[in-house]
Unconditional design. Structure first.
Length: 697
């Protein structure tokens, strides 16, 4: 590899060993990954035979990702994937981003107990059903040598670090230009067009007939990527055919129309150093972009581009119905599916968690039915493996006790498996018999892995959200105390489902027959910890208030306690002491929003309460007090930021707008007034909780 007797460096030794691994095991692609300094990320250092755009997409892999190389390194073992369906079952995300037929093996690099990285080899699917002992031995031997090179470099104080972008290796077979000219002259005599592309997709050879069919010349195309040089050919069909040929080592075929209106047929014949392209006028083609079938391997269904888009959207789904809706929108039109449902079981009975396309009657009939066991004679049944039934008769053979409660005629049952355990089943139903191709089975199998991850996230989020909501509601007062001369109304609204739970709280504390304390606040954070801390803050305020402390002292004491309990969490709080006999309210604020003060016939104002620091910031903080007269009919409105916050709008503008809408009138029930305040917030998606407490003398 070095040539001219040059000494081999550590990196060049790694390159030589990777090329040897590819050649000696008869693989067609090889990639070397090295761990970064923190040991959390695998970076592709070099590769042989992989298109650069694909190499770029897989240049960084976290050790906890669901990918063969990550699993191999994190578990320190060989990971063998025999085909695309196996990849779809074990690594669904990888199968969707590499939708090609190939077998692969990932091997870790370990020396003296230290893990340095790993390497991946790919073979065309179908040619290698399992690794031979010789291949296993070669991988073990080369893996050991690679690890030793890395360890020696580290011990010498010159550790080999992965390069910023993967290096593409070349077997470096030096060629005499004269045979090239002879070969080109030979190809020019043929009526068909021929060309050669390197692994990067650049044109390295083009015959004259091929240039004529492409309405170009060899001088214009040599050294350029064919799809970029000829925009009319740069379509998904071309890119998929090219990638499938390189990665899957399969002959691929597609058709396209040139600018002159002539239909051309392209066939890609892959090799280790690139692709041979045959270009001929199409005969009997069904249209631009048509993909070949039969003995030649066609490129994967273009629907996979839609599936990749779906994977991104599923990562944000937070309910089972959202998962079903996203899958339905992206999958049902592409695969001509008429109905879709996610099923779970509890106590031996089925439950329809979410569905699309099924009638309410069908769901009602199916929901709650006993789980139907498969035919005991079917020893091949595996609850974690997808099953496909092209007809009703096929389904009955596996499930003799099945009852047909819909008008469907074919089904795909995709188990949703997490950590080896099925948590449910996604059912795709067709209204007529349907034959599932191997490509379709592999894609749907990979889709099941994505649905399982999204559904599990949604289920766990729902449990967490319900727990936090239950905790928060249990800590809020069930009812407000009755105090003569003081009318009260309180509203609490959790964030819209799909948003995190907040730490908003309110309270009304009876201090005597003529005195009360109104409290409202918001704990920083949106989780169970925030809800729990809210309960502690509310309890502390209640204890200090009933001991006779002034509003400023109540906040100061609570602040010192909160600084000790949770120094990394802050809380805003507004404390209002109401003296009904003197008709005065005394306020103290710890960074909370100003309360609104309104009277019938008067303009509502926001009270400047000179807010101090948030609770928990500085244990020595002090809090000033503000007195406000409270004549009969006066209304104080305490609220949290969820009521007024809007993206792109200042807090001041939002408070002014709320004050304009807050118009107390004589005889108006206070609950109606509270509902009028939150009416606009309930009509939109709420990013935060809302708490409102109104007090009228």
């Amino acid at each position: 590899m070095q040539g001219n007797g040059a000494p081999a460096t550590g990196s060049s030794l790694l390159d030589e060993l990777l090329v040897e691994a590819v050649v000696s095991t008869r693989a067609h692609i090889g990639c070397l990954y090295l761990l970064d300094e923190d040991g959390d990320v695998l970076k592709m250092d070099s590769q042989l035979g992989l298109p650069p755009m694909i190499a770029k997409a897989w240049a960084r892999v976290r050790t906890n990702d669901r990918a063969p190389i990550a699993t191999s390194v994190s578990e320190r073992r060989l990971v063998w994937v025999p085909d695309r369906e196996g990849l779809a079952r074990e690594f669904p995300s990888a199968a969707l981003s590499l939708p090609y037929d190939f077998a692969s093996a990932a091997h870790p690099l370990i020396s003296d107990g230290t893990i340095w990285g790993g390497f991946v080899l790919l073979w065309p699917a179908g040619r290698v059903s399992r690794l031979t002992q010789r291949q296993l031995d070669r991988m073990e031997d080369i893996g050991g040598q690679l690890a030793e090179v890395l360890q020696e470099a580290a011990e010498q104080g010159q550790p080999i670090r992965p390069v910023p972008r993967p290096r593409m290796l070349d077997p470096k077979r030096k060629a005499d230009p004269r045979p090239d000219l002879i070969a080109l002259d030979c190809l020019n005599r043929l009526p068909e067009g021929y060309g050669s592309l390197d692994v990067n997709g650049r044109v390295t050879l083009l015959s004259a007939p091929a240039a004529d069919l492409l309405l170009s010349s060899a001088s214009e195309l040599l050294g350029k990527r064919l799809g970029e040089a000829l925009p009319w050919i740069n379509a998904p069909a071309y890119e998929d055919a090219y990638r499938a040929a390189v990665v899957g080592r399969q002959v691929t075929h597609f058709t396209v129309r040139n600018p002159a209106g002539r239909q051309l047929s392209f066939r890609f014949f892959p090799g280790l150093s690139g692709i041979t392209v045959r270009i001929t006028p199409a005969v009997g083609a069904r249209g631009p972009g048509h993909l070949a079938t039969g003995a030649e391997r066609s490129v994967p269904n273009v629907a996979l581009h839609e599936i990749l888009h779906l994977a991104t959207k599923l990562s944000r789904a937070v309910t089972a119905q959202e998962v079903v809706d996203l899958v339905a929108d992206h999958v049902m039109p592409v695969y001509n599916v008429q109905a879709l449902a996610i099923l779970t079981s509890k106590g031996g009975r089925l439950r329809v968690d979410a569905s699309r396309g099924y009638s309410p009657q069908a769901i009602q009939e199916f929901d709650g039915r006993p789980v139907i066991p498969p035919d005991p004679a079917d020893h091949s049944f595996d609850a974690c493996q997808p099953t496909f039934f092209s007809t009703w008769d096929e389904l009955r053979k596996t499930y003799p006790g099945a009852v047909r409660s819909d008008d469907m005629s074919a089904w795909a049952f995709l188990p949703l498996v997490i950590s080896g355990h099925p948590i449910g089943t996604c059912v795709l139903a067709y209204n007529r018999p349907h034959q599932f191709s191997s490509s379709e089975r592999a894609t749907l199998t990979a889709l099941a892995g994505l649905i399982a991850q999204a559904y599990e996230r949604a289920r766990l989020y729902d449990v967490k959200h319900q727990l936090a909501q239950c905790l928060q509601k249990s800590l809020l007062p069930r009812r407000l105390p009755e105090i003569s001369g003081l009318e009260l109304a309180a509203h609490y609204l959790p964030a819209t489902p799909g948003m995190d739970i907040g730490g908003d709280f309110y309270d009304l504390i009876r201090l005597s027959d003529t005195m009360a304390a109104a409290v409202i606040g918001d704990v920083q954070g949106h989780d169970v910890t925030a809800a729990a801390l809210m309960g502690q803050v509310r309890t502390a305020i209640h204890a200090h208030a009933t001991s006779g402390a002034s509003p400023g002292e109540v906040l100061a004491r609570t602040n010192r306690l909160l600084s000790e309990l949770s120094p990394d969490r802050f809380t805003s709080c507004l404390y209002v002491h109401i003296d009904l006999r003197k008709r005065i309210a005394c306020l103290a604020s710890a960074g909370h929003l100003p309360p609104l003060f309104g009277r019938p016939g008067w303009r509502t104002e926001a009270i400047d309460s000179s807010p101090g620091l948030l609770l928990g910031v500085d244990p020595d903080s002090e809090y000033a007090t503000t007195e406000v007269p409270m004549p009969p009919g006066s209304v104080l409105a305490l609220y949290t930021d969820g009521l007024i916050e809007e993206p792109g709008r200042s807090i001041g503008e939002a408070i002014d707008d709320l004050a304009e809408r807050f118009m107390p009138s004589s005889g108006q029930p206070l609950h109606d007034l509270a509902e009028s305040l939150i009416k606009q917030a309930t009509a939109e998606q709420r990013m935060d909780d809302i708490a409102v407490l109104l007090c009228r003398t």
